[in-house]
Design a binder for this molecule. Structure first.
Ligand code: KG4
Ligand code: ZN
Length: 341
């Protein structure tokens, strides 16, 4: 595929969860602006994202964020070649805000509209950081809503190798953090305090699924942590929150690394990309570095600001859709359960 048209400027919008984001990306790899307005402070007090509040905040913020992205890129609307937007998966009301804004711009400016899959966006965050990265490679996508092992055969061509049967990895981090009284979102807090804990303090279960070696199950692990805490409390046994966090984190990371390495060997590829909010985890990065070194594999992961939700990754994915003529029309909708394959 010819992947270099040259000077294609795409304005991308992302509102699938609790971040209002807009970005201008050139030729899929060059970020001219990347604005993220986080709503975390609004949702924190509820211990998680409240969909209705998220949608209302997006509608208040979206136009300002788009303007900021255009200003920072030093661009006028006339300089754009296309408008891209996350159309799923995600919270339906939140997605609709971005989709409606993108449709309005596409119609008003007479520019092509590109609907982007959020999971695909996470994978493409790696293209921004590594200018020479090309498919094929294996990708581990781990976020608050998803845990997938995906074979990226070519730009926009994906094969699902494994996925979670219940909770996503990030969801498990958030739920365990809530039980430990650590606040929301739990991933970064558990990551931080685990540095002061003993990862071998206790062995939590790894949750495997018979006959499906590349799938995950994190719900059992979460329940095991909760039951363990209750038992210790009932017995009046003292414990350090840091030890629980570190042992839980080790179990998640071990499972993700084991199954990804198993898949990479089976598929005989030599490149692994990490993606999604959980790929910001320091233990996950460390473990993958170690094992990829040992196995002679090349490892890629985005910088921290491109691991969690942002619109630059959507602009990157959109470019490859654009040059492949995968454009949408004004019937584009929000698809809360959109899959990547
Ligand atoms: O990709 P993302 O921003 O949103 C979704 O698409 O879901 O991921 C958010 C998730 C949250 O569950 C959050 O706790 C987790 O990513 N996360 C982390 C870390 N930073 C964010 N999990 C573990 N360690 C981290 N450092
Ligand atoms: Zn995400």
């Amino acid at each position: 595929m010819d992947t270099k048209l040259g000077n294609v400027n795409i304005l991308a919008i992302e509102t699938s969860c609790d971040e209002t984001c807009a970005s201008v990306v050139r030729d899929g790899r060059e970020v001219l602006s990347n604005i993220v307005a986080s709503q975390i402070d609004l949702h924190k007090i509820y211990g998680g994202v409240v969909p209705e509040i998220a949608s209302r905040k997006h509608i208040q913020t979206i136009s300002i964020i788009i303007e900021e992205a255009m200003d920072e890129a030093n661009m006028k609307f006339a300089d754009l070649d296309a408008i891209a937007v996350t159309c799923g998966p995600g919270l339906v009301g939140a997605l609709l805000v971005g989709v409606s804004a993108a449709k309005g711009l596409s119609y008003g400016l007479d520019l092509p509209l590109i609907g982007v899959n959020h999971i695909e966006g996470h994978i493409c965050a790696n293209y921004i950081e590594y200018k020479d990265l090309e498919p094929p490679f294996l990708s581990l996508v781990v976020s608050g809503g998803h845990s997938h092992i995906i074979m990226v055969e070519d730009y926009g061509v994906y094969r699902l190798i494994g996925q979670t049967r219940d909770d996503a990895a990030g969801e498990a981090f958030d739920k365990v953090a809530r039980v430990l009284g650590l606040g929301y979102p739990g991933g970064p807090i558990i990551d931080k305090i685990s540095a002061k804990g003993d990862p071998y303090w206790v062995e939590y279960p790894h949750g495997s699924i018979e006959g499906h070696p590349y799938d995950f199950s994190f719900s059992g692990l979460k329940t095991a942590v909760i039951n363990h805490l209750h038992t210790m409390e009932q017995r009046g046994e003292a414990f350090k929150v840091e030890d629980v966090a570190a042992s839980f984190q080790r179990a998640v990371v071990d499972v993700l690394a084991e199954r990804t390495i198993l898949a990479v060997k089976k598929l005989q590829v030599d490149k692994i990309t990490l993606a999604g909010g959980v790929s910001a985890n320091s233990k996950l990065r460390h473990e993958f570095k170690k094992v990829c070194n040992k196995e002679g594999l090349k490892l890629y992961y985005p910088p921290l600001n491109l691991c969690t939700d942002n619109a630059a990754m959507i602009g990157s994915a959109a470019y490859y859709n654009y040059i492949n003529d995968k454009v949408a029309d004004l019937t584009l909708n929000a698809y809360p359960n959109l899959t990547i394959v």
